[in-house]
Design a binder for this molecule. Structure first.
Ligand SMILES: [Zn+2]
Length: 64
């Protein structure tokens, strides 16, 4: 797993996580679904094109 640069991270978040942060491909796989922790969910992502992987982290911000 390569480390994301600040620039790659900002771009990734600006695109709602729909493109690979390393090569901008839209061919993204989810590795093994979701892992649920207290107050947060993590999702493994894998780029089919450049084979880089990373983890999306979702935090609970509020309820209503
Ligand atoms: Zn990629």
């Amino acid at each position: 797993m390569s480390k994301l640069t600040e620039e790659q991270l900002v771009k990734y978040l600006a695109n709602d996580g729909e493109i690979c942060p390393f090569c901008s491909s839209k061919d993204i796989d989810t590795d093994d679904g979701f892992r649920v922790y207290e107050g947060r969910v993590e999702e493994e992502k894998l780029c089919v094109k450049c084979k880089e992987d990373w983890t999306d982290i979702y935090m609970r911000t509020t309820v209503k």
